[in-house]
Design a binder for this molecule. Sequence first.
Ligand code: ATP
Ligand code: MG
Length: 255
Amino acid sequence: MIKVRNLWKKYGSVNVLEGLDLDVHQGEILVILGRSGAGKSVLLRHIIGIEKPDSGVIEINGIDITQCKKNIIYQTVKNMGMLFQGAALFDSMNIEENTAFYLNQHEDPVTGKAFPQAIIKQKVTEALAMVGLEGTEKKMPSDLSGGMRKRAGLARLVVYRPSILLYDEPTTGLDPVTAQQINELIVQTQKELRGTTIVVTHDVHSALFMADRLALHRDGKIAYVADIDTFMKIKDPTIDFLKNNLKYTLRKDTK
Ligand SMILES: Nc1ncnc2c1ncn2[C@@H]1O[C@H](COP(=O)(O)OP(=O)(O)OP(=O)(O)O)[C@@H](O)[C@H]1O
Ligand SMILES: [Mg+2]
C-alpha cells in the first residue's frame, strides 16, 4: 500500500508537484496518464525514495520514507523496483551483468546472506527467458534494439521479485506488437509477484489493457483516479481527448 499526501516539489521557481495526493492499493495495477512535463517521472522518483519532496508524506506500507533515517528508507525501498524511462541499462555491463545487478546488491531475504553466484546465474537465465531474451547474456546493451533493451530492463527489475513495481513509459518508442508483449509481461509479473504496480504511460491502449484503475496527473496533482468505466465517464476535456484518440486509433486499426 502506497499513500501519498500533500506532496510538494519545486525545481528552481517551477512548482512540479503541488499538494499531490494518491493511494495505490495492495495488489493493483494503477496506470497514470498525463501530459509530457506534468511531473509523472518526478512523482515515481519520489515514491521510490531517490528524490526528497519539499513537503508532504509518502507512506510505503505504513512507513513515511520522507521522514525516516537512510537505513529505514533502504529497508523499505529495497522491496521496490523501477523501470526507468528509456530503460537505463548500464552501458559498460553486458546483459547478464545488467540483469544480475540487483541480486549482487541485495541479500537473499530468506537466508539474509548474499546470493550464491550459481543461484544468480540461474535467476538471470530465468528472467531473460521470461522476457524472451534467452541467449543474449554476453551481448552489450548497444547490441540490442530499443525493444530488446526495454525487455532487458524488465528482466533486471523482475529478477529480484520486488513487491512494488514502478514502470515509467515502458512501451514508448516500441512497435505495437512489442509494446503489447511488454504490457502482457507487466500484467503477468504483477500476477506472479502479487505485487503493487504503478505504470506511467502515454499510450491509452496499453493503459486500458493493464489498468485496474486509471489516474490523471495534471497541474501538479492527481486530478482523478478511478476504475476504467468510471474514469472514462468523467466529463473533462482531457478525458474526452483520450477517448477520441482511442476511437481514432481503433478506426485506423480496423481499416
Ligand atoms: N532534476 C530536475 N531538475 C530540474 N527540473 C526538473 C528535474 N526533474 C524534472 N524537472 C522538471 O519537472 C517537470 C516534470 O518533469 P517530469 O520528467 O516528471 O515530466 P513527465 O510528466 O514525466 O513528462 P514525460 O511524459 O515527457 O516523461 C519538467 O518541467 C521538468 O523539466
Ligand atoms: Mg517522464
